[in-house]
Design a protein around this ligand. Structure first.
Ligand SMILES: Nc1nc2c(ncn2[C@@H]2O[C@H](COP(=O)(O)OP(=O)(O)OP(=O)(O)O)[C@@H](O)[C@H]2O)c(=O)[nH]1
Ligand SMILES: [Mg+2]
Length: 265
């Protein structure tokens, strides 16, 4: 099914509904979101609203904000996120939520159902790469997740990325999702708020940044999103992130990456 127009932009029908935009106040908005999920959940059953379900995988180095990005996406605090000298997330976790009437598709209001999978950091002080791969693949198979629609590679904007981390991320992702993992990926550069003192634009910042980050950015075809997912701005970021995820999905014509069979020696 071709859902993309010639410019690779969202078709009119696949644009997020502007009605989805909530009140700006984050505390109120979060509660309002929950109430809307509950109310619209029962309406969905009655009116049989169409649903697009996307599996979104969060991957990245230690303490980069993976879990915080997951919380922003779902407008919740389901994933444990905290400042720590040790890895906080040691097991994969899946949380899902539906956003009713998020887009129009084939003339119908369609809900967006996000299934967000948080994972332990790569590299990880507490787990080897083999253990992470084993944990993630076992978890995915128990939860019947066979494919990934969007991979969010979460890095810190304010911390240069080392070559070793780049190599490990590349290797793990290739084993897990195959060599074309980059086609379904987007880089989220968290801690945008820490760059406030810098007078550079985001593009200039990237151009003057580490060659390692630049290489990864090129690899994901320049899909980069600077985010501040500290609690104050989490609501606004969540809305924009969901829209970016939908945009990438449409660009990829709703295709997904099959998870590979991983054999751990
Ligand atoms: N200021 C600021 N803090 C952030 C941002 N993103 C994450 N943090 C903070 O960074 C810390 C680590 O965030 P987590 O979400 O636990 O990071 P993680 O990558 O899941 O960490 P591990 O599971 O340990 O690998 C928390 O205190 C977050 O609040 C951001 O954009 N800005
Ligand atoms: Mg975490």
């Amino acid at each position: 099914m071709n859902l993309e127009n010639q410019n690779g932009q969202l078709d009119e029908e696949d644009k997020p509904n502007n009605n989805e935009r909530p009140n700006k106040d984050s505390k109120y908005a979060r509660w309002s979101l929950y109430l809307r999920q509950i109310i619209s959940g029962s309406q969905n059953t009655r009116t049989q609203q169409e649903v697009v379900t996307l599996n979104v995988l969060l991957v990245g180095g230690p303490q980069t904000g993976k879990s915080a990005v997951g919380n922003a996406l779902l407008g919740s605090l389901e994933f444990s996120s905290s400042l720590s000298s040790r890895p906080v997330t040691l097991e994969p976790k899946l949380c899902s939520l539906s956003f009713p009437a998020f887009l129009r598709r084939q003339g119908k209001e369609t809900a967006l159902r996000l299934r967000v999978i948080d994972t332990p950091a790569i590299p990880n002080l507490a787990l080897t790469e083999a253990e992470i791969l084993q944990n993630v693949t076992t978890f995915m198979s128990h939860r019947s997740v066979e494919s990934v629609d969007v991979l969010l590679l979460v890095l810190r904007a304010d911390v240069p990325l080392g070559r070793e981390v780049e190599n490990q991320l590349n290797h793990t992702l290739e084993v897990l999702l195959g060599p074309s993992w980059n086609s379904h990926s987007m880089i989220i550069l968290t801690h945008k708020d820490q760059l406030r003192g810098s007078k550079l634009s985001q593009t200039q910042f990237l151009q003057r940044g580490s060659s390692v980050t630049q290489r990864l950015v090129e690899k994901v075809e320049n899909r980069v999103y600077f985010a501040d997912v500290s609690t104050k701005h989490v609501w606004q970021e969540g809305t924009k992130l969901r829209e970016s995820i939908l945009q990438l999905t449409v660009r990829n014509k709703y295709s997904s990456l099959q998870l590979k069979q991983v054999t751990i020696p």
